[in-house]
Design a protein around this ligand. Structure first.
Ligand SMILES: [Zn+2]
Ligand SMILES: [Zn+2]
Ligand SMILES: [Zn+2]
Ligand SMILES: [Zn+2]
Ligand SMILES: [Zn+2]
Ligand SMILES: [Zn+2]
Length: 286
């Protein structure tokens, strides 16, 4: 292991030429040092090389060259000091946020974790003030990939992005919590935002209304296209239908289903009525 800790306060880290020294970060007006391993601010303490302005979070500094993570049990992850991709960016498989600093990487699977995301307490017995039972880090939400589906956090009642890790309880199936709601002092908590549910609901409503209007416009266009086609082809269509005996098979109940198919003038008019009523009915309900 190239990363060695001499006395707990001094660290010889592979990422920097000089020794790093552990020190408290004073709360004050000066901007806090930025961790070179993860890009987040060091707010409490940091391993620093003051002359170079180089800093690492203690938890980021202690990540070894190779690590196992329960979210990716197949292979060990290796610590890379830069993303192993030509783009110079990786996407973290925990929070789905991009990164260009250190990464825990599986080169077989292109699996990548930010160091603070990898450091989240992950075993099945995370004690949290937010819930009486031990919590477990959930790597794969059942809603992952379903656009617009949000899990609501039991603690803060705001939305959890379904693509992101969250905390769950084995005993309470409906319990779900943001990383920051379950582990308030987690370094990574700001990478897991609370989604404003009021805004989501307002946007959903606006989208539904827009979708209904669009549906109505498409139907109107279809209706007028069919009407004009019908006017020019009336005689031949009626003849063809009678010949195939299709008219008799097309019952009134089938009018809606057969909207896109042809019919007699009377049937087309009935269909127009049916759709106009239907669409206006939805719009008034919405
Ligand atoms: Zn860090
Ligand atoms: Zn230095
Ligand atoms: Zn992450
Ligand atoms: Zn792998
Ligand atoms: Zn929450
Ligand atoms: Zn529970």
């Amino acid at each position: 292991m190239e990363t060695t800790s001499k006395d707990g306060y001094t660290l010889d880290h592979i990422s920097h030429l000089h020794d790093l020294h552990l020190a408290d970060v004073p709360a004050g007006d000066a901007p806090p040092p930025r961790c070179h391993a993860c890009g987040l601010d060091c707010t409490r303490s940091a391993y620093q090389c003051a002359p170079c302005g180089y800093a690492l979070h203690p938890s980021c500094a202690r990540v070894g060259r190779a690590a196992r993570h329960p979210a990716h049990p197949e292979h060990p992850l290796s610590l890379r000091l830069a993303p192993p991709y030509q783009s110079g960016i990786y996407t973290c498989d925990a929070c789905r946020v991009g990164g260009h600093e250190f990464v825990l990487h599986c080169h077989h699977c292109q699996f990548d974790l930010h160091l603070p995301c990898a450091a989240l307490p992950a075993d099945a017995a995370v004690a949290s003030r937010a819930h009486p039972h031990p919590l477990r880090l959930v790597y794969d939400s059942p809603h992952r990939g379903k656009q617009g589906v949000l899990v609501v956090c039991t603690v803060c009642q705001q939305g959890i992005v379904p693509e992101q890790w969250h905390y769950g309880c084995d005993r309470c199936e409906t319990f779900a919590a943001h990383v920051g709601c379950a582990v308030p002092d987690a370094l990574a908590k700001d990478l897991y935002p609370r989604v404003d549910m009021q805004r989501v609901r307002a946007e959903q409503e606006a989208r539904n209304t827009a979708a209904l209007l669009q549906q109505y416009q498409q139907m109107s266009a279809l209706i007028s296209a069919q009407s004009s086609m019908f006017a020019s082809n009336t005689a031949s269509m009626i003849n063809a239908m009678q010949g195939l005996n299709l008219g008799a098979r097309m019952s009134n109940e089938n009018l809606a289903i057969n909207f896109n198919k042809s019919g007699t003038g009377d049937e087309i008019r009935k269909r127009e009525e049916y759709y106009k009523q239907g669409v206006f009915g939805w719009l008034h309900k919405a």
